[in-house]
Ligand binder design. Structure first.
Ligand code: ZN
Length: 638
């Protein structure tokens, strides 16, 4: 039987045919889905960029040029050259040399200036230092998570290299079976919201899309990974659409139970999901709940994650090719497109998506090269799930804020750390800057700070106009003077005793976190107000307050007597800030998506919403088969 080594040999021969002899290639190997070429004379390859491009196209592979250790300039000299070549305005904050990969990891406040126009500076650097420059952004706001991830990748670079080699070998194994059939099995998140996991199988490959937890339902918390037909050892790849825990929260569990393969996600998703997973463990630990995995498993996940940009086509198994597209839901969120069996079949899964422009993000992508089946979320799939427009929502929010601030009160906005918080921050910043919102400090508390820091580290995922503002006009609204970080209990007391203010704090449903502490201190004063800007799940404190409960009991640790809180503050709900498509947007998406799929499946919604959306789509478009599968209903696509 042939092995990946034969595939590699074949690739090597084809590459050598095309390269100039003086390239002095010393090694060609797999690096995950990519091919790495090591050379003693990488200058030649850098100067012959077109040859590499042609070669990459022929092989349908991405190629990365690396320098042989003997060719690399010594580190001191290299550092000196970097400082000579890169303009000081780029503000380099750190340079780390990775001996395993021959990379000079350059962290700079303005990475664009290290790269230069059309990559000119980067090429010059490569020629001068003979290390491969890898340019990354210094987080404008300090981010512990970004730092942690970068440290893991740098400290364990040897291990990471081996992982990438193994992943590459697995992807490039010659297929044993011809792709004759394709099937999809929902393991969670169908006809429900939470614990999303979708298993896609061919005779040759096993791919898992998302692997989430259901934070609100302990009895149905995890996807059904224990079914016959799901085998961790046979898994080729895990793809994560976005960082929310109902899509990413159970991924580290796979590593705990022996998974050694890759996770594919955007860089923003990798960073945000690491933040949310660590928090998930911290909260579970504080509440004395069972921990399904440990921080060690999260670290393993980070080491195995291969980040992809939108539109980058990547082989993830012998017969499956993956492309991620913008989903418009949260930073880095993606629609997954799978090209299966060399032209046999194409499947797209929307994940959570928004088909409208928001302040933060562009609307979800609608164009795919080919498409036979579409799996679409149904969070707002019922006929009456029509949300107010963003503009209406913003005006309502600003009006309430102005009234409460005028009368000398304070406003608490409990928010989800990732997505909603940043969207609301952008609204407040703009109205305050334009003097349409009474000036007052905006206190930011809880995990929002870290999530926002990750947003500022990855402006490339933000909406075009916002990116333009940050890159070309040098104005970053997230860094506006109105925002003040809160980091201690004492500071919270000072805020409550101080002047009128807006307070944004996690969690979004008052089920833990600083938002609950503020609520307790603010609730009894009728001058104050609380504004809910996100969905409040049944059973949470947020839902009870929203419904108008006037008296709330809190049990205090160490005290037998519960604390009684009177709710005299105004309670408002402002709808319309959702990161999901509402009913109108879902149907509009179906009309716009090209090419037209011939099968559409609904998921991620209450049972009735999934059913209703599926039948509405069926009525709207003839010749399309639709259904709302249950978890564990296996669908044969081909
Ligand atoms: Zn989501």
């Amino acid at each position: 039987m042939s092995t990946y080594l034969e595939t590699l040999q074949e690739i090597k021969e084809r590459i050598k045919e095309h390269l100039p002899i003086n390239a002095m290639v010393t090694k060609i190997e797999f690096e995950g889905p990519e091919i790495a070429i090591y050379s003693k004379n990488p200058k030649v390859l850098v100067d012959n960029g077109d040859v590499i491009k042609v070669l990459a196209k022929k092989l349908q592979k991405r190629i990365v040029i690396r320098s042989d250790p003997s060719a690399r300039l010594n580190k001191e000299e290299a550092l000196k050259k970097i400082k000579e070549i890169v303009p000081p305005e780029a503000e380099i904050t750190k340079v780390v040399f990775d001996d395993n990969l021959g990379e000079a990891v350059i962290e700079a406040k303005k990475p664009g200036l290290v790269i230069g126009k059309n990559g000119v500076t980067l090429k010059e650097l490569t020629r001068a230092i003979l290390w491969r420059p890898n340019v990354i952004r210094t987080p404008p706001r300090e981010s512990k998570i970004v730092q942690l991830i970068r440290d893991i990748l740098q400290n364990e670079s040897q291990k990471r290299k081996q992982i990438m080699y193994d992943v590459g070998a697995r992807i490039h194994r010659p297929p044993v079976f011809k792709t004759e059939w394709i099937r999809v099995t929902p393991l969670g998140g169908f006809r429900e919201v939470g614990r999303t996991a979708i298993l896609v199988q061919t005779k040759e490959s096993n791919i898992l899309i998302d692997c989430g937890v259901n934070v609100g339902a302990p009895e149905h918390a995890f996807p059904a990974l224990n079914i016959p037909g799901f085998d961790i050892d046979a898994l080729d790849a895990v793809i994560v659409t976005h960082a929310h825990l109902d899509h990413s929260g159970f991924v580290p569990y796979l590593y705990k139970y022996g998974y050694e393969g890759p996770v594919y996600a955007t860089t923003a998703t990798r960073n945000l999901m690491t933040l949310l997973q660590i928090d998930y463990l911290d909260v579970a630990e504080r509440n004395g709940n069972l921990l399904p995995y440990s921080k060690k498993d999260i670290k393993k996940e980070v080491l195995h994650t291969i980040t992809l940009d939108y539109g980058e086509v990547t082989d993830i198994s012998p017969d499956v090719r993956l492309t991620l597209h913008n989903a418009g839901h949260i930073l880095g969120s993606a629609i997954v497109h799978l090209h299966i069996g060399d032209g046999l079949y194409n499947l797209a899964y929307t994940g959570d998506f928004k088909f409208a422009k928001t302040r933060l993000l562009e609307p979800a992508a609608t164009k795919f090269p080919r498409l036979e089946a579409l799996i679409i979320e149904s969070t707002y799939g019922a006929p009456n799930d029509v949300l107010p427009s963003r503009r209406e929502a913003e005006l309502k929010l600003i009006d309430i804020l102005n009234r409460v601030l005028e009368r000398g009160g304070k406003v608490l906005i409990p928010v989800l750390a990732v997505g909603r918080a940043q969207e609301v921050m952008l609204v407040l910043e703009e109205y305050m800057r334009k003097k349409k919102l009474k000036e007052a400090p905006i206190f930011i508390d809880g995990m929002i700070l870290e999530a926002t820091a990750i947003h500022t580290t990855h402006p490339e995922y933000l909406a075009t106009d916002l990116r333009e503002k940050i890159f070309h006009r040098g104005y970053n609204p997230f860094m506006a003077e109105y925002f003040e970080a809160v980091d201690s209990k004492d500071a919270r007391i000072d805020i409550i005793e101080g002047d009128p203010a807006i307070i944004m704090a996690t969690s979004g449903m008052l089920n833990g976190g600083p938002s609950v502490e503020y609520f307790k201190m603010m609730a009894s004063d009728p001058k104050n107000a609380i504004i809910f800007v996100s969905y409040q799940v049944e059973g949470t404190l947020g839902r009870r307050v929203q419904k108008g409960l006037k008296e709330i009991q809190f049990s205090t640790p160490g005290s037998a007597k519960p604390e009684l809180i009177q709710v005299n503050m105004d309670v408002y709900t402002v709808e319309g800030f959702s990161g999901h498509s509402d009913r109108k947007q879902l149907l509009k998406y179906i009309r716009r998506v090209t090419p037209k799929p011939n099968q559409i499946f609904t998921c991620h919604g209450e049972s009735m919403k999934c059913v209703n959306l599926a039948s509405s789509i069926h009525r709207m478009i003839r010749n399309v088969v639709t259904s709302a599968p249950h978890n564990l209903d296996t669908i044969r696509l081909k």
